[in-house]
Design a binder for this molecule. Structure first.
Ligand code: ADP
Length: 482
């Protein structure tokens, strides 16, 4: 078994053991309570009834004896005959000193001896009735003692003993039945808890195995989920997380391969050009200058690509801002970008037209705004036609601040409109390359806009050829549109 497998099994067993022990302890506590409480309360009920019976017998006997002037054997016998007390095992009648004058158990031959029952001693010394029921050896053994008083003076005592096996047997039976039922319940509960805990830990184990498989880089792995409980939800969440991971990984791989490809192309051109220069015995100065000029151009292209890649990587790794950036005036930034583009526009014979509302603000820093405006306006010039125009509109609307960059250029086919924001995506590779494009400008625009809570979309112009790019920044919190 592998290390991971062993570790998983240990955790699996650990959890299962903990679950099972918890269940069993809980069940044991409940059964212990069920085994003791009903037995004790039944016993207490019987004790109470024994006390009542013995108390009434003792009172009856002592008040009968109180009618005699002196407690004698004959008098006691007479009273006993008159009262005919039922259910008692032994009745002892003594004088005031505890000397037995009458005993129903003649075999004990106790008459004339001192009765040593502690109950009687207490009753005579403290002039109180003493009732003492007990449950021993499967029988209720109850003793009671009471003084016989005449005018406040103790003239004798009575001691009663009841040995009840009938009710004792009932209680023992009750106790035995409860114990048997408890044992059966306990066995069933342990079996059920083992089955349940095994099923639960097996599901957790599957999830754990899934997490490990994905951790090893197998992003296509999914865990099987069934039911609607928390574990099933955990499994579904995990699968969603894995799907996201897989998508991110695919995007990352494509990005890395696209980036290497993009970097390889100018490098290959540079190598080809330098090889040609090195291998030529005699090269004319004009040709040499042309070659070196080409090398310079490819090096510039490399610089542009790496700069944009760096910008994108920085944005990817920047933590999401918890608060929106302070509002920045947009119009001056647009003018600055336009100013930088004037030579290119003049060279391409493209006119820049501005329709700007001066007081428009956007929750974006100045560098970000410049990236957005410059990239959109540069594209609008780059992919334009001689004699064409670029119109930049800035307006405050109900939705927020809207920046629109429209051109009269070559346009983008409808099927490519949604893809032009992808990294390295170019509609016309040759044209982009000729215009010094990298395929990263619109990705940077989209990432920057989104990082500041805005949206960007590209639409084909309705009133002619060309594209219009619309950037919308939300209104600052609390601001009201007019
Ligand atoms: P590039 O550096 O190639 O311009 P971008 O990310 O800025 O990269 O743009 C991606 C692609 O979208 C371009 O190669 C081009 O094909 C297309 N595109 C962008 N803007 C325009 C536009 N204003 N008119 C026509 N095509 C455009």
């Amino acid at each position: 078994m592998t290390e991971t497998g062993k570790e998983g099994r240990r955790l699996h067993l650990g959890l299962q053991f903990k679950f099972a022990v918890t269940y069993v302890l809980l069940i044991a506590a409940v059964l212990l309570f069920l085994n003791t409480y009903p037995v004790l309360s039944t016993q207490e009920l019987i004790f109470r009834s024994k006390r009542d019976t013995l108390q009434s017998h003792a009172s009856l006997l002592s008040s009968g004896l109180a009618g005699l002037e002196e407690v004698t054997q004959a008098g006691a016998g007479q009273i006993m005959e008159q009262l005919s007390l039922h259910g008692l095992t032994q009745v002892i009648i003594t004088d005031a000193h505890g000397v037995v004058v009458y005993d129903t158990d003649q075999s004990a031959q106790s008459v004339g001896t001192r009765c040593d029952w502690p109950e009687l001693t207490t009753a005579l010394s403290q002039s109180v009735d003493v009732l003492h029921p007990t449950f021993q050896d499967g029988a209720f053994q109850s003793r009671a003692a009471a003084p016989v008083t005449v005018g406040g003076e103790i003239i004798g005592g009575v001691a009663l003993f009841e040995y009840d096996t009938d009710q004792g047997a009932l209680l023992v039976d009750f106790q035995r039945n409860l114990r048997s039922i408890s044992l059966v319940v306990c066995a069933i509960a342990i079996a059920v808890s083992l089955v349940l805990s095994r099923a639960l830990t097996r599901r957790i184990g599957r999830l754990l195995q899934g997490i490990r498989t994905v951790r090893e880089g197998e992003y296509s792995h999914r865990v099987k989920t069934s039911g609607h409980d928390e574990l099933a939800q955990l499994g579904q969440e995990f699968n969603q997380l894995t799907t996201r991971l897989q998508t991110t990984e695919e995007v990352r791989r494509r990005f890395v391969s696209d980036a290497s490809h993009e970097l390889k192309t100018p490098l290959a051109s540079i190598r080809l050009l330098t090889d040609s220069i090195l291998q030529a015995d005699h090269m004319e100065e004009d040709t040499l200058r042309e070659f070196i000029g080409d090398i310079n151009q490819e090096a510039e292209r490399l610089t542009r690509i790496t700069e944009k890649l760096l910008t994108l990587t920085r944005m990817d790794s920047a933590p999401a801002a918890s608060e929106p950036a302070p509002p920045t005036a947009v119009a001056p930034v647009i003018r600055r970008a336009g100013h930088m583009l004037e030579p290119l526009a003049a060279q391409s014979e493209v006119k820049l037209v501005y329709r700007l509302e001066e007081d428009c603000l956007a929750p974006c820093d100045e560098d970000g705004l410049y990236q957005i405006a410059f990239n959109l306006m540069e594209n609008a010039v780059k992919y334009n036609l001689p004699g064409g125009s670029v119109t930049v509109t800035l307006a405050g609307t109900r939705e927020g601040t809207v920046l629109k960059v429209e051109d009269t250029g070559v346009g983008v086919p409808a099927e490519d409109l949604s893809r032009i924001f992808e990294r390295f995506y170019r509609v016309d590779k040759a044209r982009s390359r000729a215009a010094g494009g990298t395929g990263l400008g619109l990705s940077i625009v989209q990432d920057t806009v989104r990082a500041h809570g805005g949206t960007v979309e590209a639409r084909a112009r309705e009133d002619g050829p060309g594209v219009s790019f619309i950037v919308t920044f939300p209104l600052p919190a609390g601001a009201q549109a007019d």
